[in-house]
Ligand binder design. Structure first.
Ligand code: SF4
Length: 404
């Protein structure tokens, strides 16, 4: 944490970035990535360029954030911190004022408790509470305690004073892995405890860090929340099935499946449906927004089936290798239809046709990433455009480290 706790002067994000020596170019790169990651459904990024987002964000007061760890593995925090570009990871802590975070703060014991009390008192009704982890409720909620108090009581006490609640990860959204059958601690999500408060759910194991940042910055810069679906997930990140935009979708449509790990189909990058992939029932943006700024860094991208971690009815409820029912076998409009499969009776000609159709569909599946409304300029294109407009310093690597 860069600066903690109560009584600090409220400064804007631009002022904080300048104080921290973050260059304008670095900040614009981050904003371009934000636009690319959350292109639709947000007032902040919906129709905006990176420079417009930078202006809106820069003028905003840094939102105060208190982050509680309950019954969790800390994976959501790890995902946020492990951006492949260290600059982005460090930038995050200039964009938000992270006043309490047990994993990251130096304080511990009584000192940490004092920090929490001061952070809540100084920003009562004005802070964002992020909760990572489930809440055990059985046996007087005694399965998890913080400073001798049940986590359930800590959440009730702090949550009642927050301006906005964000349940980050599947565990805080509905219990996640802690609530897997037989759920011995009767773990539940935040919305089950704070029923009279609006809770934004960002399920995922872990969720994409850009989704979290987009929600927080929308709130800070635009004073509004993104459109939510029926279970309070932001639509911009959870409105489509993974199966719809999956780069292996062409193989699914052509009937080409990996049957066991390491077989020919698996080595060739074919569809993982028969290995238990839950992509056809899972709403998430993993297939188009990968993790840690690394291309293909997501489960299906590295050959592992989707486990459905953003769906309460799938993750940790359906066995990993059990196949799910397909409710919609129609390829998205952006994909060409293909004739299905051809198993034992395949002829050489059918194989050739299938291969061509599958390749076309796979290419189209990649192209679907640039559906109307989602096709913001890529980061480098956006930066070039900004440079042409004179909005950036010249491309001089010596100057990249200069403060703004
Ligand atoms: Fe991709 Fe899984 Fe759908 Fe196959 S079943 S296309 S691997 S999401």
């Amino acid at each position: 944490m860069n600066d903690t706790v109560a009584n600090q002067q409220r400064n804007t994000i631009a002022e904080q970035l300048a104080n921290s020596g973050v260059s304008r170019r670095r900040f614009l790169q981050f904003c371009a990535a934000l636009v690319a990651a959350a292109p639709a459904g947000l007032a902040l990024t919906g129709q905006a360029s990176a420079s417009q987002v930078a202006r809106s964000v820069g003028r905003s007061i840094r939102p105060y954030v208190i982050w509680l760890h309950l019954q969790d593995c800390t994976g959501c925090t790890e995902s946020l911190l492990h951006a492949s570009q260290p600059d982005v990871a460090s930038l995050i802590f200039d964009l938000i004022s992270l006043d309490y975070h047990e994993t990251l703060m130096a304080a511990s014991g009584h000192q940490a408790e004092s920090v929490l009390e001061h952070a809540v008192a100084a920003n009562r009704g004005n802070f964002i509470l992020v909760v990572e982890g489930a809440i055990p409720t059985t046996d007087q909620a005694s399965y998890m305690k913080i400073a001798g108090k049940p986590a359930l009581d800590v959440l009730r006490h702090i949550g009642s004073q927050a301006a906005l609640l964000i349940a980050i990860g599947s565990c805080s959204s509905w219990g996640g892995i802690a609530a897997a059958s037989p759920n011995p601690s009767n773990a539940v999500g935040v919305s089950e405890i704070l029923k009279d408060k609006a809770v934004i759910s960002l399920p995922g194991c872990p969720p994409n860090p850009y989704t979290f940042l987009s929600v927080v910055l929308e709130y800070a810069a635009m004073h509004r929340l993104p459109a939510l679906d029926a279970i309070n997930r932001p639509k911009f990140a959870y409105d489509r099935l993974i199966h719809e935009d999956c780069p292996r979708r062409g193989h699914f449509d052509a009937g080409r499946f990996a049957s066991i790990y390491g077989d020919e189909g698996h080595r060739q990058g074919w569809c993982l449906y028969k290995l238990g992939c839950k992509g056809p029932v899972t709403h998430a943006a993993c297939s188009t927004r990968h993790f840690n700024d690394v291309p293909n860094a997501w489960p299906i991208g590295i050959g592992a089936p989707c486990i459905g971690c953003t769906e309460k009815s799938a993750a940790f409820q359906i066995p990993l290798f059990q196949v799910v029912d397909i409710h919609s076998i129609t390829p998205p409009e952006a994909l060409p239809s293909v004739e299905l499969p051809v198993q034992k009776s395949q002829t050489a000609a059918a194989l050739v046709v299938g291969a061509i159709a599958g390749a076309a569909a796979t290419a189209a599946a990649v192209a679907v990433r640039r559906l109307p409304g989602r096709d913001k300029p890529a980061e480098s294109e956006d930066l070039e455009e900004l440079e042409k407009l004179g909005a950036l310093e010249p491309k001089d690597t010596d100057r990249d480290s200069e403060p703004r």
